[in-house]
Each structure stands twice: as C-alpha cells, then as structure tokens.
Design a protein around this ligand. Sequence first.
Ligand code: FEC
Length: 310
Amino acid sequence: MSKKAVGVLAMAYGTPSSLDEVEEYYTHIRRGRKPSEDQLAELVERYKTIGGLSPLNEITRKQTEGLERILNDNGGDMTYRVYIGMKHAKPFIEDTVKQMVKDGIQEAVGFVYAPHYSAMSIGSYISAAKKGAEQHGGPEFSFVHQWHMQPQFLQAVTERLRYAFAQFPEEERDQVRLLFTAHSLPERILEMNDPYPEQLRETAAELAKRIEHSNWGVAWQSAGRTPEPWLGPDVLDVLRDLADQGTRSVVICPVGFVADHLEVLYDIDVECQVLAKEVGLKVVRTEMLNAAEDFLQALATVVRDHTKKD
Ligand code: FEC
C-alpha cells in the first residue's frame, strides 16, 4: 500500500533578503502604505545594528527542513511534505499554497511559528492560506490555532530558563525578576475578546511553576509605531520601574517568539540592554529555540496531532 501524502504549510513572518528589499517589506507590513523616509531609514538602521540583515529566513528554512526530517523519520503510513509560506516576504503564503496544489497535495496541516493565537497574528496567516486555497482550488486544510501549552515546547523553554538562571549566583536567584514577553498588539484586540493576552499568561504561569520561581511577570515588547494604544506595560517601562524599586537582576524570556530575529536581537539585545546598563540592571535573555531538536520534536507532535488519521 502506498503511503498517504500530507502537506504541511509552515508559516513564518519573513524578513527582507537584502537591505534593498526593506522598503517593499515595510510597505507590505503596513498593508500597502509606504513608510516615510525617516521610518524607512530607522528600520534599515536597526537591521544594520544587528549585523546587516535578520537571520530569520535562514532559521525558518532550517526549522522547516528539520521538521520534515523528524516527521518522515517517524511517519508511519504518512509521508509529510513541509512547505514554507511567509506573511511578509517571498515565498508568500498564497503562492506556496498554489505550489502545493501544483504538487498534487490534497490534504494539509497549516501552523505558524508562533505559539499564541490572536486574530491579528495567527488569524491573518490562516486567512492568507484560506484565500490561497480558494483561489487555487485546494488543498483541504486543518489549521493549528495555538500550541502555547504543548508539553514538549514548555519543556524546551524550561531548559532555556534554567540555563538563564544559572548565570546568576545561586543565593541571588530568588531575587531575579523573570519577565515573559511577546509582541504587543493594538489594545483594541481586548474588545474582540482575543485570547492572546490570556494565552501568554497561561504559558508564563506554567513555565514559572515548572522552574518554581514565583517572582515573575508579563510585559509586552516591540509595539508598532502607530498612534493607537498598544498592549502594555512595555518591557522598557517595566525595566525602568524595576530598577527604581531596587531590583538588580532580570531574566527576559521572549516566549511569544521562537527565533532570533529583529524583535529579539534589536528590541531585547540592544534596546533593553542599553537601558539596563543605564539603570544598573543585569539582564539575561533566554536562548531562542530556533532549529533546536527538542523544539522541532515539539512541533512535529503538534503537526502529527493535527493530521487526519483516516
Ligand atoms: O527579523 C525580522 O526581520 C522580522 C522580525 C519581526 C517579527 C515580527 C513578529 C510579529 N509582528 C507582529 C505584529 C506586528 C504589527 C505591526 C508590526 C510591525 C513590524 C515592523 C517590523 C516587524 N513588525 Fe511585526 N515582527 C517583525 C518585524 N508587527 C520590522 C514594522 C516596523 C515596526 O513597527 O517595528 C504594525 C503594523 C502596522 O504598522 O500596521 C501589528 C506580531 C508578531 C509575532 C507573531 C508572528 O511572529 O507572526 C503579532 C518576527
């Protein structure tokens, strides 16, 4: 009997492949509105500060190759073919769906490389995939909406947390403030009863429990440069307040993200660290999961659990 072929659409944010592409990328993020010259120059500067470009596309590629390998090593009567579809860069989600149809994929699982669901984040990836499927006549999708409480994922982050805490002398660890962060979103998601803030808190509470650390909180990072209010408190304000209140040591766990990219390498490693130095805080960030085997095993479980068995 031939094996059943299952498509997997692995959706990621995407990043420009060269500095020349930053304007097009930024315009896409802003849904077709070009950024001003100043906004563009400021973003280019951020990429230059982290070494010229973001490693995100390369990490997405490695994650996706690793995931396909793991799924097929232990695929049973299924063969998995994993495709990358990006939200803001090539290959765009809709174009990847077209390719899946061309390759004869009839059934597919779609998931996003981000653990928490918001209609404004995961919801928009799913809408793009559905639009692609409508335009190109298939495949039949089953979407993963969130995987923020997946046990192997939680275990992988727990290990990174233990490693981060090990950077502080044992007798000081109880005093270390642990901050879990995720990308901020416009506050209006609260009126939509969006589960995003609650899911972040759920992940955070479970991780804090696993490492038996009660001195923790949640903060938001990377809020957009728009006039409307965004979810707070912002991590920079939290760091300032902590320093004012006499805290000396902080671990930041950007658990809303899974890779080293601009929002981690700049917003945490540059912006937060510059502020930390100014206000006299020692800030240690947990390592990102990237293409680590333990994390990819977690994602493989997420995908397998979503694959139709019949
Ligand atoms: O490394 C890289 O080059 C890409 C890093 C990157 C990731 C990322 C993840 C998320 N975003 C989310 C929401 C928004 C909303 C806006 C917005 C704007 C930007 C800009 C850049 C950018 N985002 Fe992003 N985001 C990344 C990069 N993001 C660059 C534009 C300049 C700026 O504001 O900094 C506001 C759009 C608007 O102006 O209307 C909203 C969410 C995530 C986490 C989930 C996910 O990964 O999809 C939510 C990585």
